[in-house]
Design a protein around this ligand. Structure first.
Ligand code: ADP
Ligand code: MG
Length: 321
């Protein structure tokens, strides 16, 4: 029901950045090699995500807007080894219950165009045969004024959007991303698989020269990333990006492990720029902790932390600081 979707929206769709995250993750799951994101007024006016992924079959499009309709896991076992970013089947119905959604999608042949407002289907027609999905979300929270009032300043909402897009781009260097806000281009990545290029696109080319690569692995985890020299720091931890199996996560233990790798080389209150991609057996990861899936539980977290701090310590030691 629309009411149940609006209740779920309370958790999944906290702000415009949550919509961007859910849509872009769907595009990644759909095996896109190109994802273009266009935002107006920090996402409150409109958010458009165009991908060139597998698209949705005509007969499945309406279903994709029903609660718990996911094409990504089929049985209970799958839930314990999730390989996709989505699996709860909540995002599209939640978003559509609190906004005005227009979706055009095609698997190659004639496509489908649906218009759903406040959870109600208002229009349906065929659309062009361009493989992929083009989804526009307008007037977010138009029917939930209390949520709309709770929004922070436009610049804060925009920075939450760039935060998530930057992290997803770091985690998926083989996808070419673009992010445009009010006609200004905020990100463009090449999609050639080069994490350094992504870092340059985000933090500027001068920063890239001061970023040191590291990598390592043990039986359970494979890590790779870049950390800034201790001279290149920021006043917040927000420049530490942790990507686990392609998912941008918040994890105190991992951020702490990165800082630990610096030993006493950082000034108090200063933090490095760091990006780390971690690959782990999905069996070791539980992302089903919260609807947004940004908090995950990791088995063997201590081993992972040690792997990270040891490797960072070693590469920084070789820099003769
Ligand atoms: P989930 O991602 O958890 O499966 P969503 O509500 O985000 O749930 O999406 C519902 C379904 O719609 C997905 O399982 C997928 O089949 C389909 N879908 C959504 N977005 C796309 C897209 N960009 N390309 C292809 N399929 C999509
Ligand atoms: Mg999803």
């Amino acid at each position: 029901s629309v009411l149940a979707d609006q209740i779920a929206a309370g958790e999944v769709v906290e702000r415009p950045a949550s919509v961007v995250k859910e849509l872009v993750e769907n595009s990644i799951d759909a095996k896109s090699s190109e994802i273009d994101i266009t935002i107006q007024e920090s996402g409150l006016q409109s958010i458009q995500v165009i991908d060139n992924g597998i698209g949705i079959e005509h007969d499945d499009v309406k279903n994709a807007f029903k609660r718990h309709a996911t094409s990504k896991i089929t049985d209970r076992e799958d839930l314990f080894q999730v390989r996709s970013l989505g699996f709860r089947g909540e995002a599209l119905p939640s978003i559509a219950s609190v906004a005005d959604v227009d979706i055009k999608t095609s698997t190659g042949g004639e496509g489908t165009n649906l218009h759903i407002k406040g959870g109600k289907l208002t229009d349906e027609e065929p659309s062009e045969a361009r493989r992929g999905t083009d989804i526009t979300v307008k007037d977010l929270f138009f029917n939930t004024p209390a949520r709309l009032k709770y929004m922070k300043s436009p610049s804060t909402e925009l920075s939450k959007i760039t935060d998530i897009v930057y992290r997803l781009a770091i985690g998926h260097p083989k996808i070419s991303f673009s992010l445009i806000h009010n006609r200004r281009e905020l990100l463009r990545t090449s999609g050639r698989g080069d994490v350094q290029q992504v870092i340059g696109a985000i933090y500027g080319i001068q920063c890239v020269r001061k970023m040191i690569p590291f990598k390592g692995q043990n039986d359970d985890f494979k890590i790779s990333g870049y950390v800034s020299l201790p001279e290149l720091t920021r006043a917040s931890r927000n420049y530490i990006s942790v990507i686990l199996n392609g998912r941008a996560i918040n994890n105190q233990a991992i951020s702490q492990a990165i800082l630990h790798g610096y030993g006493s080389k950082l000034m108090v209150g200063r933090y490095p720029i760091a990006v780390i991609n971690i690959h782990a057996d999905p069996l070791l990861i539980d992302a089903n902790v919260h609807p947004t899936k940004q908090d995950v539980r990791i088995s063997k977290e201590t081993e992972l932390s040690n792997l990270i701090s040891d490797n960072i310590y070693q590469v920084l030691s070789k820099q003769n600081l």
